[in-house]
Design a protein around this ligand. Structure first.
Ligand code: F6R
Length: 613
C-alpha cells in the first residue's frame, strides 16, 4: 500500500527512482512523484495516475541534466487515503520553506490537530494529505539538524509511518524511519537504496537491512547509522534476500498474475520441500518451535487473516478439526482485536499473511500476544513485520507475489496449513498409517496443480461464455466452501463482475432470489462427502434458469450430466482437492478479466499489502 524508494550513490538518481517505483507500483498506483536536489534546491515532479505518467511528466518538465547529475532523491507511488489521487495530493510533500521533502506510507492519525497548530504558526497547506502535515512539522522542528528534526517530529505523531526525507540544506543524506509500515535498506557498494519493499532493491543488491518499528536511520551513499527515536544507536543485522531480480519480472507472461498462477507447482514444491517425514507419517515444521508435547496441549487453534488469507484460514479450520481433532476457528483479523477475544495460554493463534504487513492481522498478533496465546505467523515475505513479531512460524517460500490478486500465496498457505494440521493430528489421534497417506497426498499437490494447468486453454475457451455477465455465484460445501469464497473474490477483484461465494446449502435461504435465466453458478461439486447434496442444490439453481459451470472430479459422469459446462479436477483427498480446484478458479477469473480488457495486475481501487486499518 503505497511504495517508497530513495536512492543515494554514484549513479544518477531519477532513472533509478522511476525504475524502483515501477517495481513497487503493485503496492499503489493512483499517483506518483519524486524529489531531488538540483543546484541547492529541492525540485519535485508529480503526476496523477501511473508511474509512466510521472516519467513522461518529469521528462517534459525537467532539463535533461537533472536526469544525469543528481545522485540522490526520494520517490513515491500512492494509494490514496487522505484526499483523492490528484497531482497535488501526490507525494513528495514539502515543508513551508520548500527545503525539506517527505514521502510517507501509513496514516498520521492526529494530523488534523497538528495541522491546526501549524496553521496557527503560519503554515500554508496545499494538499489534503496527512503527509504534508508531517513535512511541515519536520520543517517546524528544524534547527540545523535534519536527523534531529525528524526525530522530534515523529515524537509528536500518532499513527503509522514509513518515511524518507531529504533536505536541500543537508545534501548527500536521506533520513528514513518506520513505525508500522516497512522500510528496507539495500546495501550495495557505494550506494544505498531505501525502499518500502525489497522488490525495489533487487536489481541493485541482495544485501538488506530491515528497520524495526521506531528505528530512524541516517543514510548516505556508503554508510547507514540506525538509532531509535531517542537517538540511541541500535544494531540491525544485514540479511541476504532469497530471490533475485528475475523473480520480480513477468518472464514472458502477459501478466504477473498468469506467471504466478503457472509458478504454483514450483512454489508448492518449495513450500513442501523438506517438511514431510514419511518415516513418521508427519510433517517437520521446525519454525513452529514446538515439541509433540506442546502440540498435544494446544486446546484450540485460532486462525486470523484478511481477504484471501482469511479464505486459506477457513480451509485450515476444516483441516485442523478433521485431521487433528482440535477445536479450530477462523476470525477476520480486523474483528479479532475489537471483539476482546477469549484467548488463553493453551490457544495457538496462527496469523496468516502473504505480505506480513497487513495492519489488521498485525493488530491481531499483538492482541493475541497480549492475551498470552501461543502466536505463530504464516508469511510469505521474509523479514516482514508479522514474521518478526510472531518470532516463530512458517515461511511460504512462494517468492515475490507482484500481482495484486493473490494466487500462489493462497495455495502455498493452504499447503502449509495442511502440514500444520497433519503435525497436530500426529501429536493426537491420527495414526502413522493415516498420517503417511495424507503426507503422500500433500506430496502429490504440485503434480495435481500441473494437471489443472494443462486445462488452461480449455478454461480460456469456457471463459468466453461467461464474459458478459453482471453477476456470478460460487457454491461449495465442506472445504470447498472457502474455495468458493476465494473463487468469487478472484473474479470480482480483477474482472469487476459482481461475484459472491456461498455455502451450497445457503443459496436457497435467500440469494436464490437473484437467479435469472443464464445467471452463472460456478458449482464446486468435486466427488467429496456432501457431493450428492451439492448436486441437489445445483438442480435447484437449474430450475431457475441458472447456467452451471461445474468443477467436478475427473471421470465423474454423474456430476458431469448435471452441468452445462465442466472443468475436471484430478481425484484426491477432499482437503487436498481445495488447491487444484482453487487454481482452476484462478485461471477462470484471469481469462474473464483478460477478455474483458481489465487491468489484471493492478485492479482499480486495490493495492497489495493493506497497511492501514
Ligand atoms: C486478494 C488479496 C487480498 C489479501 C489481503 C490480505 O487477492 O490479495 O485479499 O489476501 O489483503 O493480505 P496479506 O495476505 O498480505 O495479509
Amino acid at each position: 500500500m503505497c511504495g517508497i524508494v530513495g536512492y543515494i550513490g554514484k549513479s544518477a538518481a531519477p532513472p533509478i527512482l522511476i525504475n524502483g517505483l515501477r517495481r513497487l507500483e503493485y503496492r499503489g498506483y493512483d499517483s506518483a512523484g519524486m524529489a531531488i536536489v538540483d543546484h541547492g534546491k529541492i525540485v519535485v515532479a508529480k503526476a496523477a495516475g501511473k508511474v509512466a505518467n510521472l516519467n513522461d511528466k518529469a521528462k517534459a518538465e525537467w532539463p535533461a541534466s537533472r536526469f544525469t547529475e543528481s545522485s540522490y532523491g526520494i520517490a513515491h507511488t500512492r494509494w490514496a487515503t487522505h484526499g483523492p489521487p490528484t497531482e497535488v495530493n501526490a507525494h513528495p510533500h514539502l515543508d513551508q520553506s520548500g527545503d525539506i521533502a517527505v514521502v510517507h506510507n501509513g496514516i498520521i492519525e492526529n494530523y488534523r490537530s497538528l495541522r491546526a497548530k501549524l496553521e496557527a504558526k503560519g503554515s500554508k497547506f496545499v494538499s489534503e494529505t496527512d503527509t504534508e502535515v508531517l513535512a511541515h512539522l519536520i520543517g517546524d522542528r528544524y534547527r540545523g539538524d535534519l536527523f534531529q528534526a525528524v526525530c522530534d517530529a515523529l515524537h509528536q505523531v500518532e499513527g503509522t509511518f514509513g518515511i524518507a526525507v531529504i533536505s536541500a540544506k543537508e545534501p548527500g543524506k536521506i533520513i528514513t524511519a518506520r513505525r508500522g509500515s516497512p522500510i528496507v535498506l539495500g546495501i550495495a557498494s557505494g550506494e544505498t537504496i531505501v525502499a518500502s519493499d525489497a522488490s525495489a532493491i533487487l536489481s541493485h543488491t541482495q544485501r538488506v537491512i530491515y528497520l524495526d518499528d521506531n528505528d530512524i536511520a541516517l543514510v548516505t551513499a556508503d554508510h547507514v547509522d540506525i538509532r531509535d527515536l531517542n537517538n540511541v544507536p541500535v544494531n540491525r543485522e544485514i540479511s541476504e534476500l532469497e530471490f533475485d531480480a528475475g523473480s520480480a519480472e513477468k518472464g514472458g507472461h502477459e501478466h504477473f498474475m498468469l506467471k504466478e498462477i503457472f509458478e504454483q507447482p514450483d512454489c508448492l514444491r518449495n513450500a513442501i520441500r523438506g517438511r514431510l517425514d514419511f518415516s513418521i507419517g508427519s510433517s517437520v515444521l521446525s519454525g513452529m518451535g514446538t515439541s509433540p508435547r506442546d502440540l498435544a496441549e494446544i486446546h484450540r487453534v485460532v486462525l486470523v487473516g484478511c481477504g484471501t488469507s482469511l479464505h486459506s484460514g477457513l480451509i485450515g479450520e476444516y483441516a485442523i478439526e478433521d485431521l487433528a481433532d482440535t477445536l479450530a476457528e477462523v476470525q477476520q483479523a480486523a474483528e479479532f482485536r475489537y471483539r476482546n477475544p477469549i484467548i488463553g495460554r493453551n490457544d495457538l493463534v496462527l496469523a496468516i499473511s502473504q505480505s506480513g504487513e497487513t495492519a489488521d492481522t498485525l493488530a491481531a498478533v499483538r492482541e493475541a500476544h497480549q492475551k498470552g496465546a501461543f502466536v505463530m505467523g504464516l508469511c510469505n515475505v521474509v523479514g516482514s513485520t508479522i514474521a518478526r513479531e510472531t518470532g516463530r512460524g512458517i515461511y511460504l517460500h512462494a517468492g515475490p507475489e507482484i500481482s495484486v490478486a493473490s494466487t500462489k500465496a493462497f495455495t502455498s498457505q493452504v499447503a502449509v496449513l495442511l502440514m500444520i494440521a497433519l503435525k497436530l493430528g500426529r501429536a493426537r489421534r491420527f495414526s502413522r498409517e493415516d498420517g503417511l497417506a495424507f503426507a503422500l497426498g500433500i506430496e502429490s499437490i504440485p503434480s495435481l496443480v500441473e494437471k489443472v494447468l494443462e486445462s488452461n486453454d480449455k478454461i480460456a475457451q469456457l471463459a468466453e461464455g461467461y464474459l458478459h455477465q453482471q453477476h456470478a455465484f460460487f457454491i461449495g460445501r465442506g472445504p470447498m466452501y472457502p474455495v468458493a469464497l476465494e473463487g468469487a473474490l478472484k473474479l470480482k477483484e480483477i474482472s469487476y463482475i459482481h461475484a459472491e461465494g456461498y455455502h451450497a446449502a445457503e443459496l436457497k435461504h435467500g440469494p436464490i432470489a437473484l437467479l435469472e435465466k443464464g445467471t452463472p453458478v460456478i458449482a464446486l461439486a468435486n466427488d467429496i462427502p456432501g457431493k450428492d447434496k451439492t448436486l441437489g442444490n445445483i438442480e435447484e439453481c437449474k430450475a431457475r434458469g441458472a447456467r452451471i459451470l461445474g468443477l467436478i472430479t475427473e471421470g465423474d459422469e454423474e456430476a458431469a450430466a448435471v452441468m452445462d459446462d465442466i472443468i475436471t479436477i484430478p481425484a484426491c483427498h477432499p482437503l487436498i482437492a481445495t488447491i487444484p480446484t482453487a487454481v482452476a478458479l484462478q485461471l477462470f477469473a484471469y481469462h474473464i478479466a483478460r477478455l474483458r480488457g481489465c487491468e489484471i495486475d493492478q485492479p482499480r481501487n486495490l493495492a497489495k499489502s493493506v497497511t492501514v486499518e
